[in-house]
Every structure is written in structure tokens, then in C-alpha cells.
Design a protein around this ligand. Sequence first.
Ligand code: NAD
Ligand code: MG
Length: 394
Amino acid sequence: MPRRSSVTILGATGTIGKQTLDVIARHPERFNVFALTANSRAEELHAQCLQFKPRYAVVLEESGAERLKASLARAGSDTEVLCGLPALEYVSAHADVDVVMAAIVGAAGLKPSLAAARAGKRILLANKETLVMSGKLFMQAVEEGGATLLPIDSEHNAIFQVMPEKPSKDLAASGIRKILLTASGGPFRKADATELARVTPEQALNHPNWVMGPKITIDSATLMNKGLEVIEAHWLFNATPEQIEVVVHPQSVIHSMVEYIDGSVLAQLGNPDMRTPIAYALGHPDRLESGVASLDLFRIARFDFEAPDTGRFPCLRLAFDSLRMGGTAPAIMNAANEIAVNAFLDRKIGFTEIPAMIESVMNLLPSRPADTLETVIEADREARQLANHWILDR
Ligand code: NAD
Ligand code: MG
């Protein structure tokens, strides 16, 4: 019997983190949990520690760490509690870790993901913002560190599954014409401009097909999520913007497709449940039971397809623009988007002001070569500052 894989879950209390633990709990003979990390929800992390008995638990703030330490000690747990960003990097790069699930949301995930890449881990990448901000540096770190990268985002996981096993660096040389990235279209697929301007956070948080954290749910409603995924696909599969086509498919059953030069289109299908890509990446090349129900095609009955409307959803256009600009442009866009999403959730700006604000920040900040981590982090900081000014000045 092979040794069990030792897994660190960054963002264990989030939607992806919890679904990862759900899959791991089904396979105690294959996996043990090395570390669990969370931003704040210490009570939830406490319960996870008692169930999965990790060697380490990491929270960001000192006060949270003290509370967790005390509660775990009372419960007789052996889990050691650490705190802060260096601890996140420590449990991502530790010699005893085999697999790192990178499921922190937003730019905060960048440094721990990079640490896992440099340390040559098997990285299950949910945190798409890492690739958007610093795709070039991250892919370099994966290569130099000898890491294995497996995409968790359902679309990229689907593409990975229908790609040739050992794709050449150049998609065309692998016989691939284009990648068809599917999108649900979000809750406002049919809304007109007037309705969009009046969208509330409650309406935007109500995604038709997927249950996800608040940030990605808003990104799905603006189509920024698809924009971030275009950039993610660029880095993961070495695809040019012209080789990536976004297809709105409201049923969210086809998770993405690859078209080959002979006219074949290969797709991966399944229920919209993230435990499928998580189980695929945890088990690869083996297939693991994930708890996902069998796909009922008779109930679904039909598949629809339409082109995305970048007039009503400019975020998708902005993402393509930033990818074509290259350098720090995607990091600038990503940072402005994070501020915009939080401001929208806090009711400081309206739904249609999200793209307006991002575009304004992108126009103000020039793109620079994204060759060092410092340049990327500086671009992120400047963009956040400008975005916050935009909110105050408008
Ligand atoms: P979530 O909001 O549910 O969870 C986020 C996790 O990150 C939590 O554990 C939180 O404690 C932690 N966290 C937040 N801020 C942090 C910080 N500053 N430092 C350290 N930890 C922090 O988010 P989610 O929906 O699970 O998404 C996680 C990532 O996976 C995102 O990048 C998202 O785009 C990606 N993703 C999610 C889904 C999905 O179905 N939920 C699908 C595809 C990709
Ligand atoms: Mg996705």
C-alpha cells in the first residue's frame, strides 16, 4: 500500500476548502491532512481540526490564533496553531507536505501559492488570482521548483481532462485549434442596462448554478470571473487570446471544450459540483469517488449556447484587454476588481460602476513588465489606492 499523501489546505473554511475536506474524508487510506488555514472563522477551523487532526492550523491574526490555541487545548487536540503570512508559506513549502490545495480567495493567495510552487509541491490551484496577477512568475516557479500544477477551476479542469496527455508547448502543434471556455452567464444573463444598474448585492449573490464564496459569485455576475479565467487559461495552456473563445452555456453542464484541427470538439460534462474537479486533481491519474451525483441528462434535456455580450458585461472585455496589454495590466485589473467587489457588497458603489471603476484605474496606471514579484505587488498596491480614491471622488 503506498504512503498516504499529506495535504495542506489553504483557505480550509471557504467553499472550496470545505469541499476538499469532504472528498478527503471519503479516502482516509489515501490522504492525511498536514495543515488547515483560515482568515478568521476560528470556530469552524476548530471543528475541522478536531475531525481531521492536522499537524498545523494557521490563522492570519494573533488574536484569532490565541483563541484557537486555547479552544484546541481545552479539547485535548495536538494541532499546533501558527499565525500570519509567513506561517501560510511555511505550511505550503514544508518538506512533509505532498499536496497543497490553494483555495484562498484573491491576491492574498499569491505568496503561499508561490511558496508551494518553489518547493516543488503538487499544487491544486483554485486561487485563479495567482495566475492573473503573476502568471509568468508563477509558471516559472512551477517549472524551476519541479512542481505539478493541476487546475481546480471547473473550466480549466475540464480542459485539462480533454487535452492531449503530454501537450506540446504550442497548442497548434498539439493539433488544437481553440479552447471553448463555457460560462453560465450568471444571474443577469437576460437583464437590460436599466435593470443592471439597479442590481443589489442580494440579487448578485444568488448564482443560478454554483454555490461559491461571495467574491467569485459577484465576479460571475459581472462576467469578470470569465475574464479572470481567460487569463488563467492563457497561462495554464499557453493559449493566445485569439485561441480562447467564451461560450455562454446556461446549464453549466459542459464545463469547457477543446476544438482540434480535424474538427473534433472534446468536452467534459458533469453536474455543477466542485467535488468533481477536486477529486480529479487529488487522485490524478486515478479516479476517485467524490460524492457527486450521476448526471441526469433526461432531466437536463437540452443544452443552450450563446455569445457573451461585452456591451452589458464590459468586465470580460477589460480582461481580454489586460491580457493583450500584458505585464502588470492584469494585476492592476485584478486589484481594482477586488476593491470594486467589496465596495459593491458594502453598498458603496452600484453594480454597473464595477467595470467603470476598473476601466478608469486601468487607464490611469501604465502596464509595466511583470518580471519581479515586487513589481507585481507594487502594481497591486497602486491600483488599490487609485480604486479607493475613485470611490471617494465620484
Ligand atoms: P471563500 O470566500 O468561500 O473562501 C476563501 C477562503 O480563503 C476562506 O477559508 C478564508 O478564510 C480564506 N481567506 C480569505 N482571505 C484571506 C487572507 N487575506 N489570507 C488568508 N486566507 C484568507 O472562497 P471560495 O469560493 O472557496 O474561493 C476560493 C478560491 O477558489 C478563489 O480564488 C476562487 O476564485 C476559486 N474558485 C472557487 C470556486 C467555487 O466554486 N467556490 C470555483 C472555482 C474557483
Ligand atoms: Mg470557473
